[in-house]
Design a binder for this molecule. Structure first.
Ligand code: 4FV
Length: 232
């Protein structure tokens, strides 16, 4: 049963093959829970050389992605649909991708992701068809493909059936707004370092208490900003 669909508008569709084939996302695609399509923007270029970029008006270094191929690639997705899917443009000017944003995007049944390149895309595309700009962080990449994969990964794992159980993500970092507690597995003694006694006590109330304390302590140490009540 299809739970979520992603269409990716990109000039490098092959970059997505590995994630679509392997691992948790690949398995969810094979089982039909997820549908992930890549659309090559270059296929829609009306330029005789299938160009998808041109010089920026006003001069300056670098190239800008031209509007026509992007617009027609997007049209190829929405044509025939009785709804207009949300179009997300991955860009450093976007809303920061957080666990909260991922939970919000999971509610969309169908998301179209637009991957820019070079200096970016013609502003008129943003004005005409982009619903939201999303950034994965305050740094500049060569393209929007890696951010699109990050978004697909963090949203998809929140789709029921993609991870073994809801529990798998309900008590992890950022889900509760805190960083996750330390994890341990066998062997009990590794290079002389042993597992905290509480965790092998079998006393679940004490284990939960220990984990809550460790999450709070770690968050205070590593990300005190997460503990501050949001100004709003
Ligand atoms: C980016 C980010 C990002 C900017 C110029 C692609 C690049 C090039 N996207 N979060 N950080 N995009 O750096 O989302 O077009």
């Amino acid at each position: 049963m299809l739970c979520m669909r992603f269409d990716v508008l990109t000039i490098f569709p092959d970059m997505f093959t590995p994630i679509l084939m392997d691992s948790i996302i690949g398995r969810a695609v094979k089982s039909g829970i997820l549908e992930i399509n890549t659309i090559n923007i270059r296929d829609f270029s009306k330029d005789k050389h299938f160009k998808t970029d041109d010089y920026p008006y006003g001069g300056g270094s670098g190239m800008v992605m031209t509007p026509q191929p992007i617009y027609d690639a997007w049209q190829s997705v929405v044509n025939g649909l009785d709804y207009v899917p949300k179009l997300v443009y991955l860009s450093p000017q976007g809303n920061c991708l957080t666990q909260k944003k991922a939970l919000e995007l999971r509610e969309e049944k169908h998301i179209v992701l637009l991957c820019g390149h070079y200096e970016g895309i013609d502003e008129r595309i943003i004005e005409l068809i982009v619903d939201e700009e999303v950034s994965i962080g305050d740094y500049v990449l060569t393209g929007g493909e890696l951010p699109a994969m990050v978004l697909i990964d963090c949203v998809s794992r929140l789709v029921p059936g993609v991870l073994p159980s809801e529990e798998a993500f309900s008590n992890e970092s950022h889900y509760s707004g805190l960083l996750e507690y330390p994890q341990y597995t066998r062997p009990y003694d590794f290079m002389g370092k042993t597992v905290p006694e509480t965790l092998i006590s079998g006393h679940h109330a004490n284990i939960d208490k220990w984990r809550q304390e460790m999450s709070l302590k770690r968050t205070a140490q590593k990300r005190p900003d997460l503990l501050k009540p949001s100004p709003l």
